[in-house]
Ligand binder design. Structure first.
Ligand SMILES: C[S@@+](CC[C@H](N)C(=O)[O-])C[C@H]1O[C@@H](n2cnc3c(N)ncnc32)[C@H](O)[C@@H]1O
Ligand code: SF4
Length: 384
């Protein structure tokens, strides 16, 4: 039996409106047939249990889109079915992403009763003008009220903020961060605004409607974030994720450690060990195409590939170097099939170590804070 943990990711692809910065697989639809979606998600979950059988599920994650728009019955059905299809850990972590509107906070009690034990709320900003700019449907007050409701129903909760927004000064971000810390629980996700191709912000910026803060200013905000959160007892454990000791999101750790997970729902990805390979699966991303495929064939898979050899090592490296603790070389060899230092070689590693971007020890390979801040450049050099 494979005793490595298994995570189950479930994607809910619908939102009430599309935020102008967001390139996630999220769609706005007039009516969603909840019963039909429930039954299709359960069907594909059963397929996933045939893909990765005999495992112990340690985490579930309802992501989106906006999974807080799911009927609690749908969430309950998926949790119950997961428990029936696999063994599950005693402390099974079940996270759900929620938007902080009053309607959704009104569902928290039912979601907790369904088995959800951790929520991640998309606050995005604690400034009214910024929320309008980001196209959010909630006010600061409504978001803080939703956070209070979350605190009452879930021992574990987190919220997301987006910083390095147009016109935001370092000082303004420092103040917003203090307000965030005053209401934070055990975990915070703090993302720098990125402009993704295909979003409205991409065209708006190209047309000169706004500009991002200069690179040095964004770097200063990142460094301030790292420093202040560490001081407050929630150091970064990943580039954008901060937690009190022991309070990291275990589901996301599965991704970053290159462990196994199955993906259910439109556009969901899976990665799980099959023999010597890591099997990579991807489901159809269009909600209607996915729904029809599941109703016809029992799953919406559009791509299955086996990642092997150097590709597997590179994938694992890209994930593992995001973590502040970096890569555990023994675990890495178990999940990626080789020691990272041996595969990369001294010639590639030495300049990165000398430049202060990587650290190598007998047990670990990790990016330093400076390395994590410019991880893409570091990876390009390592992998080229
Ligand atoms: C799947 S989304 C959010 C879930 C939920 N629908 C919400 O909006 O609250 C996950 C998080 O990614 C972050 N995010 C999405 N697009 C981003 C971008 N372009 N730049 C920075 N952060 C982004 C946001 O903080 C968001 O909460
Ligand atoms: S940020 Fe959240 S609510 Fe906004 S479009 Fe993306 S997934 Fe939907």
């Amino acid at each position: 039996m494979n005793l490595q943990p298994l995570g189950v990711y479930i994607h809910w692809p619908f939102c009430k409106s599309k935020c102008p910065y967001c390139d996630f697989n999220s769609h706005v639809r007039d009516g969603v047939e909840q019963a039909r979606w429930r039954s299709a998600l359960v069907t594909e979950l059963e397929h996933a249990a045939r893909e990765a059988p005999g495992r112990i599920v340690q985490t579930m994650f309802f992501g989106g889109g906006t999974p807080s728009l799911m009927e609690p019955e749908t969430v309950a059905a998926l949790i119950a079915r997961t428990r029936a299809l696999w063994d599950t850990a005693d402390d099974l972590e079940i996270t759900l992403e929620a938007n902080p509107t009053s309607v959704e906070a009104g569902k928290f009690a039912a979601l907790a009763a369904a088995g959800v034990n951790r929520v991640s709320l998309g606050l995005q900003a604690l400034d009214p003008a910024a929320l309008r700019f980001l196209g959010r449907e909630h006010s600061v007050e409504e978001a803080l009220a939703a956070l209070d409701t979350a605190r009452r129903h879930f021992r574990r909760f987190s919220f997301d903020l987006i910083y390095a927004r147009p016109g935001q000064s370092v000082e303004a971000w420092a103040q917003e961060l203090e307000r965030a810390l005053a209401v934070a629980g055990e975990h915070l996700s703090l993302y720098q605004l990125t402009i993704e191709r295909g979003t409205r912000f991409f065209t708006d910026r190209a047309r000169g409607l706004f500009a991002l803060p200069a690179e040095e200013q964004a770097a200063e905000m990142f460094e301030l974030t790292q420093r202040r959160l560490a001081e407050a007892g929630l150091p970064a454990y990943e580039i954008s994720n901060h937690a009190r000791p022991g309070a990291a999101c275990r589901h996301n750790l599965i991704y970053w450690r290159y462990q196994d997970y199955v993906g259910v729902g439109p556009g969901a990805h899976g990665r799980f060990a099959v023999g010597e390979a890591k099997r990579a699966t991807r489901r159809a991303s269009g909600p209607e195409a996915w729904l029809e495929a599941v109703e016809r064939a029992g799953h919406g898979t559009v791509e299955t590939t086996d990642v092997t050899g150097r590709d597997r090592v590179e994938e694992a490296l890209m994930m593992g170097l995001r973590l502040a603790d970096g890569i555990d070389r023994t675990l890495f060899a178990a999940v990626a099939g080789a020691d990272p230092i041996e595969v990369l070689g001294k010639a590639a590693l030495d300049p990165m170590v000398e430049g202060g971007f990587l650290e190598v020890s007998p047990a670990r390979l990790k990016a330093t804070a400076a390395g994590r801040q410019r991880l893409n450049a570091v990876l390009e050099r390592l992998i080229a």
